[in-house]
Ligand binder design. Structure first.
Ligand SMILES: [Zn+2]
Ligand SMILES: [Zn+2]
Length: 141
């Protein structure tokens, strides 16, 4: 476990979490691109996050199963979460020390628009592969 801290652009929301991995991923799906203005760079975390300034967190249900949270003061995208669970994708850009992150994976690669490409050598998963892997990890879903 590695302890990480982070905050939104204005600092109204701060957080702390113990994460199992520092492997970051990029999501190229259309929702993430609208949400962040580009591909979403995120760190997966299954567990507790302790927030300061949580009264400033606004939660938007972006589908029937997921929600996205942002700072109501500055608009920073904070996290995507599987509703009713402790499974988060934290916005990597909000982490205070990003020097130890590893760019491991790109997901929804089949939704990526053609105008950009990351040069990093990463694992690549299509949307279908992401959903299949997720269902395999969560057999009750
Ligand atoms: Zn803020
Ligand atoms: Zn996405």
């Amino acid at each position: 476990m590695t302890g990480i801290t982070g905050q939104c652009l204005c600092g109204a929301v701060r957080y702390r979490a113990d994460v199992a991995s520092l492997d970051a991923h990029a999501c190229h799906c259309g929702k993430c691109r609208r949400w962040t203005g580009g591909p979403a760079l995120c760190l997966e975390h299954d567990g507790a996050i302790s927030f300061e300034g949580s009264e400033h967190i606004k939660v938007y249900p972006s589908s029937e199963w997921a929600e996205r949270a942002f700072c109501a003061v500055c608009g920073s995208a904070l996290y995507w979460r599987l509703q009713g669970t402790s499974y988060y994708s934290l916005s990597a850009g909000t982490i205070d020390d990003q020097s130890h992150l590893r760019f491991a994976r790109q997901i929804f690669i089949d939704d990526k628009p053609s105008y950009y490409d990351f040069a990093n050598a990463t694992e690549m998963l299509t949307g279908e592969q992401v959903v299949a892997a997720f269902n395999a990890d969560n057999p009750t879903e």
